[in-house]
Ligand binder design. Structure first.
Ligand code: SF4
Length: 395
């Protein structure tokens, strides 16, 4: 009987969960999922032993129909190679894709304990600041997407700006301001200070607040400043409202009719955000839940998968400040502190003991699913709906 080297290429991930095996070729986005018998599982486990360098000897390639079929399916997606062994010393070599420790808590703990902390702040990429409320806001939507509260107090601007100065770092890319900015007496001063950060500034404002203040909108003349107009009830034609400022529209949608009955056109300036309101689970099942087809067409790179294995793609690097000064990594979790604290301490706390930045799919049922690392990280929709997974896939 001939013996063969079975080599899995270094861009291919091999995941085993119970009797299922998924091979995912991150170079071309192709995958093959198999219900594996004992023999195939044994082969996979051997392949995944680091010392075997993703290459093992198999003798069943010709004799075992199942093994033969499985190996051929791997070759078909460019995930593996099979070579007859002529000289046992000439073993091909490959490498299991392995997550390098990039987001190393121990490193930052060492820095912190030795009083040389500081670089941890470089993980902060985006800050959202709820500066006040709006009479068109509400107390629920903000848990799923950036949307004004309905409160009648303002943030302490000076304290907030001082906190923000501690957030400065070369990787800070965006500051979001949510509420009715035109109700702040010192909004001009605030924007002038924030503008010096030289980051993208996005002002999230309801459609009504925007239109009621259109004359003030046109006085803003900052290159990096951008309005996001939030529309969650009547779907309006913004283009009829005269203004010179650049803006995007964000439609907050709870059912399919709102899309089909409206004049929403999806383009680079319009964005649709689904909102779960307890009564619309069917809408979510149809439009938001992941299905197999979607997962198969994600085309994730090796790096994309490593990121999903290490951190939460929605929350990592982000902080939210509420009008009462509380600071969160995710508004559905406990506050990390307030704007009276140092930004460094807040970031350190989330990095080393927080629940959001590293909230990955390592809970059941996802931890038993072969698609665990292809799926996007858990989001606030899971929290709102009260399910750990939003998919149509049977584990
Ligand atoms: S069970 Fe979890 S990992 Fe599996 S497809 Fe559903 S959401 Fe993704």
């Amino acid at each position: 009987m001939n013996s063969y080297w079975l080599t899995i290429y270094a861009d291919t991930f091999l995941w085993i969960k119970n009797d299922k095996v998924l091979a995912y070729n991150s170079k071309n986005g192709k995958s093959v999922k198999s219900i594996a018998n004992e023999q195939i599982i044994k082969i996979c486990l051997k392949l995944l032993e680091l010392k075997n360098l993703y290459t093992i000897e198999i003798s069943e390639y010709e004799s075992d129909k199942n093994v033969n079929k499985w190996v051929r399916s791997l070759i078909k997606i460019g995930a593996a190679a099979i070579n007859k062994i002529c000289n046992a010393d000439e073993k091909p070599v490959s490498f299991i894709p392995h997550l390098r420790v990039q987001y190393n808590k121990a490193y930052y703990q060492y820095e912190h304990n030795n009083g040389i902390g500081g670089s941890i702040i470089n993980n902060l990429h985006e800050i959202s600041i709820y500066i006040n409320g709006s009479s068109y806001g509400d107390q629920n939507t903000y848990k799923q997407t950036l949307f004004p509260l309905n409160v009648d107090y303002n943030i302490n601007t000076e304290k907030m700006l001082y906190f923000l100065s501690g957030c400065k770092n070369p990787y800070l890319k965006q500051i979001n301001i949510i509420g009715n900015i035109f109700n702040l007496n010192d909004y001009s001063h605030m924007i002038n200070v924030i503008n010096k950060f030289d980051v993208r500034i996005c002002i999230y404002i309801t459609y009504n607040d925007f239109v009621e203040n259109i004359d003030y909108v046109n006085t803003f003349k900052f290159r990096n400043l951008h309005f996001v107009i939030l529309i969650n009830s009547e779907l309006v034609d913004m283009d009829k409202k005269k203004n010179i400022y650049k803006y995007n529209k964000q439609f907050i949608i709870t059912n399919s009719e709102e899309i089909s009955n409206s004049r929403i056109t999806i383009n680079s300036r319009n964005n649709i955000v689904p909102y779960y309101n307890i009564k619309n689970i069917d809408f979510f099942k149809t439009h938001v839940f992941t299905d197999l087809n979607e997962l198969k067409n994600l085309g994730l790179s090796k790096r994309d998968i490593f990121i999903r294995q290490a951190l939460n793609i929605h929350d990592f690097g982000k902080l939210t400040v509420m009008p009462d000064g509380k600071v969160f990594a995710n508004v559905s979790e406990d506050a990390l502190g307030t704007i009276d604290d140092y930004a460094y301490d807040i970031v350190y706390k989330e990095f080393t003991s927080g629940k959001s930045w590293f909230n990955i799919r390592n809970q059941k049922p996802c931890s038993d699913c072969v698609y665990q690392w292809l799926c996007p990280s858990p989001s606030n929709y899971e929290r709102a709906i009260g399910r750990p997974n939003l998919c149509h896939i049977k584990v």
